[in-house]
Design a protein. Sequence first.
Length: 98
Amino acid sequence: MPNLDVVALITAKPGSEVIVEEALQRLVVASRGDRGCISYDLYASESVPGTFVTIEAWGSPEDLDTHMASPHIADFITTAGDHFEGFPVIHTLRSLGS
């Protein structure tokens, strides 16, 4: 079975960028230790300030489900959730290439 690729877009409220970024950095470190995590990388948009992107690869949909139910996801939402501009947008991806 191929990896499950995921992109998440998180936008911080103006003035909350540092809080969201620091919470995301902690989330990335914890998530890389999750079962089935192949890669988990964090980026800040250069074109849209306050927008953060995670690019992830998981071994299976079940691994992603376990990650989403993990204590570090709950901690991330508790710490940074009030600082989001809207809800995070999570895309699971289907390759169209070879």
